[in-house]
Design a binder for this molecule. Structure first.
Ligand code: ADP
Ligand code: MG
Length: 683
């Protein structure tokens, strides 16, 4: 049978080659994509009666032309057309703007429907849309889908094209959920749901269509996670790291500190997994400063001792450099070769490095995403550790898999996720949690002050730097504008340099190139810079133990977990450390956020309060969450569905039938598409 995913858009009547190209820009490549391009709301063209309508509402009513239309001109070439129309036995005035061409069509006695804004006191409708009944109205009486459109694709075109696609191909839409789940939740069948999400008969019918498609979306998402998990657990083609406990204990003994019980526990969990022949896929979550890096180092050490290579992947070059330094220190006496691979290497250096990696001359490579590009080959990659925010997606894993490498994967995150959310968001992973922080850590004192107290804040900077300590001052965040953030940073840098002419004030922001950033971080790490003005580029992972003061300007602009991340840049050694939030929040939740920060410096507690303040929707909305964006599902209102879908998906993938029975061919095909399941894997 022909597959809707393979039918090109041009087969749809009315789609030209040019339009086809423009549709590609919306991610619409085949008929299936078009049918799955759901509206984000509806315009209501259902007929109402005037007596039920409130002033100012947008309405559709039916009427009869009772007065000769009048044209008047105003402004620059603008026209206003008015006519008296009888609606529900009352005479109202209909007003059109810039529709002069309608004048001749508005003949006495003709029946018309008017859509527009109702003004009660003037008995007037400002018409945005009208249809003549004798022409066979298309919109009147319906809910019209509103799609996200742009460029050469207009709303009218999108509606028409999707309507046409439904006509031509609607009958080919196949059910893709197992019948028993459709029954269990009394879901609308797939083909009906697709039809009615675009063309709802009424709100109830539209809601039922949405309900079905939301469940489907979340179920398929969970199915991929669960299937992936099942697959990696049952495939014995991962790397079974052969390394004994004694080797690890000896290495741990060379560390400058004793591991916390929590660290020991997670190291054991990780090593247990690494020794198994399946692919580890584990999430390590721990508060900022909990000591995740050393756990990663031990895991990497184990990989190398077992005769393999390790990779540590981080989001920024600053972090890559820093990890390179800390691993360099930890492995100083071990003979382990650590190298750096980032996007800013020269071609020549990159070539040399890639050759050494492939020959196995390098044991551990630290870097940004450059690490998993197609041209990077390892002699024997045993473990990939990824740090902060960068979940190592299924796609990236399959890049490695295609190269014949199935490394264990450890993902670290400092945004603790409450358990219920974790199992859902990271449904494909096992989770290890670092609960305690290293002993001897003095809790960070957090203060919240108004801008009027800036003088005292400057005094604080003076006091700490006089003690030989260092400070960060973070500029306000301007949403989605890197450029403005940089301007802020420049301004703040000037102010601070004037306020402290005797100190060296550094500047760090996203527009510096890698070498510049690196130099600033090196100088700050070496204590040559006393006060560092920075944007949120220091948010993740930066580790300068001598820094004891974190000042965050306009703190109300930051989310709780981001504030907590920033605060985690201090308090990293034995010194008493401080975080000062400079903020005059206007909203109640803004004040609440500041209070949470003052009251607790436990990241799990911060996350819990954050979830409480924002609800799961927003919590998931943050980029740290690692959840993909859903087309229809909304994490705030559909959270219960997500949990149900997860259980259903886990049950289904646990059934041997799922992997063989023709009943599930359609679902397996979806998994194959995402390269999660490759037909032969389990056979
Ligand atoms: P994070 O979990 O935020 O990545 P890091 O790994 O950067 O934390 O560790 C924070 C600091 O704590 C580092 O300076 C590290 O050397 C130190 N540290 C880690 N583990 C211990 C420990 N068991 N005892 C004392 N200090 C430790
Ligand atoms: Mg870290």
């Amino acid at each position: 049978m022909l597959n809707l995913e393979e039918i090109p858009l041009r087969q749809i009547k009315g789609v030209s080659a040019a339009k086809e190209q423009e549709l590609h820009a919306f991610g619409i490549h085949a008929v299936a994509d078009l049918l799955n391009y759901y509206p984000f709301r509806y315009e209501d063209y259902r007929l109402r009666e005037l007596k039920d309508v409130k002033d100012g509402e947008k309405i559709t009513v039916r009427g009869i032309i009772r007065g000769l239309p009048m044209l008047s001109r105003f402004g620059r070439g603008k026209v206003r057309l008015t006519s008296k129309v009888e609606v529900d036995h009352q005479l109202v005035t209909a007003v059109w703007f810039n529709r002069a061409f309608l004048k001749d069509q508005l003949t006495l006695g003709r029946e018309i429907t008017l859509t527009g804004k109702w003004e009660q006191h003037r008995m007037q409708i400002t018409v945005s849309d009208s249809e003549f009944l004798d022409k066979g109205p298309a919109k009147t009486g319906t809910l019209q889908p509103v799609y996200s459109v742009g460029g050469g694709i207009t709303q009218v075109y999108m509606r028409k094209t999707i309507r046409q696609a439904l006509l031509q191909y609607g009958a080919m839409i196949r059910e893709n959920l197992p019948p028993r789940l459709v029954d269990k939740y009394r879901l609308m069948p797939k083909s009906e749901a697709v039809l009615h999400i675009h063309q709802p008969q009424d709100t109830k019918n539209g809601a039922a269509a949405r309900r079905r498609l939301v469940y489907e979306e979340l179920f398929l998402f969970q199915l991929k996670l669960q299937a992936y998990r099942m697959q990696s657990r049952s495939r014995m083609d991962g790397v079974a790291h052969r390394v004994d406990g004694e080797t690890i204990r000896q290495f741990a003994a060379t560390l400058p500190f004793e591991l916390t019980d929590s660290q020991k526990k997670v190291v054991n969990e990780i090593l247990t997994d690494m020794r198994q022949p399946y692919c580890m896929n584990r999430l390590l979550q721990g508060d900022v400063g909990a000591g995740k890096t050393v756990v990663a180092a031990i895991a990497l050490y184990a990989a190398v001792k077992a005769g393999h290579q390790g990779a540590l992947m981080v989001p920024t070059e600053i972090l890559a450099e820093q990890h390179l330094r800390s691993l360099g220190k930890l492995f100083a006496e071990t003979g382990i070769e650590v190298a750096l691979l980032t996007g800013s290497l020269t071609d020549r250096k990159r070539r040399d490095l890639l050759a050494s990696l492939q020959m196995g001359l390098i044991d551990i490579v630290v870097g940004t995403h450059a690490l998993i590009q197609e041209d990077v080959f390892f002699r024997s990659l045993g473990l990939v550790v990824t740090d902060e925010q960068h979940r190592f997606g299924v796609n990236q894993r399959s890049v490695l898999r295609r190269k014949g490498q199935n490394p264990d994967v450890l993902t670290m995150t400092a945004t603790p996720i409450p358990r219920t959310l974790a199992i859902t968001a990271f449904g494909d992973m096992d989770v290890s949690t670092l609960r305690e922080r290293p002993r001897g850590r003095v809790p960070i004192k957090t203060y919240w002050v108004k801008h009027t107290m800036m003088d005292r804040v400057l005094g604080f900077i003076r006091r700490e730097t006089d003690e030989g300590r260092q400070a960060y001052i973070i500029c306000p965040l301007i949403e989605e504008s890197d450029k403005l953030d940089v301007q802020n940073a420049l301004d703040l840098h000037v102010q601070m340099s004037q306020a402290f002419p005797d100190l060296r004030v550094g500047l760090l922001h996203g527009r510096l190139n890698a070498a510049e950033k690196d130099e600033v971080m090196r100088a700050f790490g070496a204590g040559e810079i006393h006060l560092l003005v920075a944007t949120t580029v220091v948010e993740v992972g930066v580790d300068v133990p001598n820094a004891t003061l974190m000042i965050i300007m306009d703190a109300e602009r930051f989310g709780l977990s981001q504030l907590h991340q920033l605060r985690g840049r201090v308090g990293r050694a034995g010194h008493q450390s401080y975080c000062v939030l400079v903020a005059d929040p206007k909203s109640e939740t803004g004040r609440e956020r500041m209070n949470v920060m003052v009251e607790t410096d436990d990241g799990f507690e911060v996350a819990r309060r954050d979830l409480e303040l924002r609800g799961p929707g927003d919590f998931f909305g943050t980029k740290q969450s690692g959840l993909p964006e859903f087309k229809l599902a909304d994490m705030a209102s559909d959270f219960a569905v997500l949990e149900a879908a997860r259980d259903d998906a886990a049950d289904l993938t646990a059934e041997p039938d799922f992997w063989h029975s023709p009943d599930y061919e359609e679902l397996r095909r979806l998994l194959r598409q995402d390269q999660i399941f490759q037909g032969d894997l389990l056979d």
